[in-house]
Design a protein around this ligand. Sequence first.
Ligand SMILES: *Cc1c(COP(=O)(O)O)cnc(C)c1O
Length: 467
Amino acid sequence: MAANPYRQLPAVHEVLNWPEVQTLLNAHAAELVTEVVRQEIAELRQRIRRGETPDWDAERQRLPQRIRQRLQQADRPWLRPVINATGILLHTNLGRAPLAESAVQAVCQAARGYVNLEMDLESGERSSRQDVVRRWLTRLLPAESATAVNNNAAATVLVLRALAQGREVIVSRGELVEIGGSFRLPEIMQASGAVLREVGTTNITRLSDYAQAITPATALILRVHRSNFVMRGHTSQPSLEDLVKLAHERELWLVDDIGSGALADYSRWGFRGEPSPAESLRLGADLVLFSGDKLLGGPQAGLIAGRRELIQRIEKDPLMRAFRLDKMTLAALEATLRLYLDPAQALHEVPILRLLSQSLEQLRRRARRIAAKLRSLPLLRQVQVREDRVAVGGGSLPEQTLPTIVIAVKPQACTDAELAQRLRTSEPPLVPRIQDGCVLLDLRSVFPEQDALLVKSVTDACTIAKN
Ligand SMILES: *Cc1c(COP(=O)(O)O)cnc(C)c1O
């Protein structure tokens, strides 16, 4: 009768006493080494449970090496640069917009040393850190003033709190959106202390619905862009001009949460219906709110632009202190905004605009070159270049897609999901798009200078034995 295989499993304290493992204890905390040893033994136990019969001599040889690898992984940074091969340019899970080179430089300089964050260099007096945002946004937009906080969710809470706490805010039922999982307008409203006054129905809200809801308790009318869905069929809503006119006749403010805040003209890539902050302000919105890291292509931030009087009230709110930006984000934001002074320069230097501008022909050429290199890999049985369409993502441009080129790869001896996992855990990590069970490497979101790294990552994933 075969010996009970579980009996062969070494005990944790035994492994810890092996000389190779003892040396590891010099460089790593004992608790961590113990934990890693425990994990390795648990994995061996799993294998026995699956019916495998480990070769104990070989395992004894291999175990210290695996423990060392696991320790190295435990010590390396959790945040790692990844190759985004999902095709989705604004992938919230992958940090949304990559920064322009000038923004990266500005972040590094601000991070490395001291900056005049809150000092006027001429007078030596204290100044506001918001001046930098104000300076550039008022040049780029028809706005008297502007300010910025951590993200658009914070901007919304702050604006509602500063201008409508304890009072009513009128919102169309068709605009009570949820964006990115945790931005739910009714909850944001509640957190701000303003009272939500819903009007209209899901598909139809008329100007008269707004007009009838106005009472002495009303503070403002809020319009929210349907960033991540569309309504089709029998729908209607008043124009921004009409809402502005109504609000101002009744001495109310009109706040426009436009979501993305594109400063470039996205119609050049065929996108429709994306609101522009300049347009919204020109049409009379008193405040416009938008994100820094969506179609603007900058750092995570919530930008607020419009009337000076309102911006002053917002900046005086105690929550402003809690939501304010740090020097690195402000540096990145300033550098990004400056690029938009010259639209041609923005097109050339803002990464997401650069990626959007790549022609299908350019993408196809790159894909063919990459595919030729991947075809020799043993783990892949199919490598196919084809045209596809992909969304921009990040809660923007709903239902609108962009043409793209993908390399569809099929694994030989493992499942598609396993291949995707190997890619994600290779060096550098590569995140593919899984579509209808296929693993797609979409070049739309891969920078041309990353092509060699992409090949390396797939090669790594397909050659290194993992268990
Ligand atoms: C994305 C979005 C938000 C939330 O913005 P964050 O910067 O992600 O906090 C709020 N409102 C609208 C309309 C949006 O599209």
